[in-house]
Design a protein around this ligand. Structure first.
Ligand code: ZN
Length: 495
């Protein structure tokens, strides 16, 4: 039978059973398909090295890793221990605040890591396949493993019987069904076993992960103990999210972003906050939504994060100007974190999507493509959604007699960047180009290059901007700001 062929190719059932732990030392890189200038070219987000000891049978691991992050160049270094549903991190694990922490990690962070290890560890995979109670479907040299609460994985064996790749369908918000392929290569002897020393992960045909395992040791003891006070919070929805969106979450883990782990469920204020008459902002823990009052409806700019957060943010958008329904949502750019809730925003119907011209096909696909792994409101009840591309500028009349000018600008951040300018109050909303600060910035501080491009575009277009509002709040280290005078941007841009 094919499983015996696999077991023999790997070194035999007895040798597999004797390998109770696996210690892997590796280096590699990770790319993020939802970031970068263009969605067809995933952006390098981290170069990593790690030493991972995982229990081959039980759900526990101890990871020591260093990651050079790229979005904000930072050196992360941390130890993460997971045991069952509890976990603990020691060290620097967050690109945006690279100070050492020593704290419990949420159960679904542990769940995502364990699932990632399951997909990338041949001893763990083989042990699951060879377990007497395994729920398997065997079709030639493909063995499908079905586990409760997880997408089924298809393990494809090569002609020697070695696992060549693992295939599964995950949910990668907001695009929906994502084909994940984990490929194993460079099989070499490790003690009595034969194990892969190269692991490559593709998402929808794009390579996002490539690691070289420089050493593998089997059966070494390891300390999986956690501090006594470790919190366990097994939020069921979030834990299941980790099971069906594992590699989506891992994109952010390798990028050094923690807030995707700390899944947000609601804005930080109880209602949208007024910036000026007719202009409000829904403030999130990390991402904001602008709401502009039009004569008989409202337009939202950005629909950040993911479904669950989107629901709560949408409720505030709908309540921002009573009696005026949402009729359009503008995406400042295609990056997942700013438009991940867009399907939720349009699910009521009669809500158009306005994006930079190059991203029209991308948005049409994410609005219409299959979402079978974790069906959302739009998948359950599809409605037609018009996607409007802005090649240069689109002006819409606002309630105050001015215009909402949706303007495409050139930036290095993404090829489809739009900014939203509300003419009467002189407010320009943008995401990721500059985060407003509560006090005047020091000269040439902040994200200079993108700030320069934003400031130069405002000058070149002769926009009468008085206030810059943003999809992210900025800070002076004490308080946060979601809007600031244009003058602050000028200082940051060094103009
Ligand atoms: Zn972005």
């Amino acid at each position: 039978m094919i499983l015996d062929v696999m077991a023999d190719a790997l070194g035999g059932r007895a040798a597999l059973a004797a390998a109770t732990t696996e210690m892997v030392t590796a280096t590699g890189w990770r790319r993020h398909p939802g970031w970068g200038k263009d969605p067809s070219r995933p952006e390098l987000v981290g170069e990593f090295s790690y030493m991972l000891t995982n229990d081959v049978v039980r759900p526990r691991y101890r990871l020591e890793t260093s990651i050079d992050t790229k979005l904000v160049p930072t050196k992360l270094h941390y130890t993460e221990t997971g045991n069952g549903s509890a976990g603990y991190v020691d060290g620097i694990d967050f690109m945006f605040d690279p100070r050492p922490v020593s704290m419990a990690v949420p159960s679904w962070r542990v769940a995502a890591r364990l699932r990632h290890i399951d997909l990338a560890s041949v001893p763990r995979l083989a042990t699951k396949l060879l377990a007497p109670a395994a729920d398997l479907v065997i079709d030639g040299s493909t063995v499908t493993l079905r586990e409760i609460g997880r997408p089924p994985v298809r393990v494809v064996l090569d002609d020697r019987g070695l696992p060549a790749r693992v295939e599964l369908t995950e949910e990668h918000s907001p695009r929906g069904d994502a084909e994940v392929e984990v490929r194993f290569d460079d099989y070499r002897a490790v003690g009595a076993l034969t194990l892969p020393h190269r692991v490559v992960i593709d998402i929808d045909g794009l390579t996002v992960h490539d690691e070289t395992r420089t050493s593998i040791e089997l059966g070494r003891g390891a300390d999986f103990r956690l501090p006594d006070e470790t919190v366990r919070d097994a939020g069921e929805e979030q834990a299941s999210y980790a099971q069906h969106s594992t590699e989506w979450i891992m994109n952010y883990v390798f990028a050094g972003v923690r807030f995707y782990f700390d899944l947000q469920t609601a804005p930080v204020e109880s209602a949208a906050v007024e910036i000026a008459p007719g202009v409000k902002i829904v403030l999130g823990p990390s991402h904001n939504v602008l709401v502009v009052e039009m004569p008989d409806h409202v337009v939202a700019v950005d629909a950040p994060l993911y479904d669950e957060y989107g629901r709560a943010a949408l409720a505030q958008v709908k309540a921002a100007f009573p009696g005026k329904p949402l009729r359009a949502v503008v995406g400042t750019h295609f990056h997942y974190d700013h438009i991940g809730g867009i399907r939720e925003f349009v699910a009521d119907g009669n809500v158009a999507v306005i994006v930079g011209e190059p991203s029209v096909p991308y948005f049409e696909e994410l609005l219409r493509g299959p979402h079978t792994v974790d069906p959302d409101r739009l998948a359950a009840n599809p409605v037609p959604v018009e996607v409007i591309g802005v090649d240069d500028v689109l002006e819409l009349p606002t309630a105050d007699g001015g215009v909402l000018r949706i303007q495409r600008i050139d930036t290095d951040h993404s090829h489809d960047t739009l900014v939203a300018f509300v003419s009467k109050p002189g407010i320009l909303f943008q995401s990721d180009l500059w985060n407003p600060t509560p006090v005047p910035p020091a000269p040439h501080s902040g994200r200079g290059r993108l700030a320069e491009q934003l400031y130069d575009a405002i000058v070149a277009l002769d926009l009468n901007v008085r206030t810059i509002a943003s999809g992210h709040r900025g800070t002076d280290g004490h308080t946060l700001a979601h809007a600031a005078p244009l003058e602050y941007l000028r200082i940051v841009a060094g103009r």
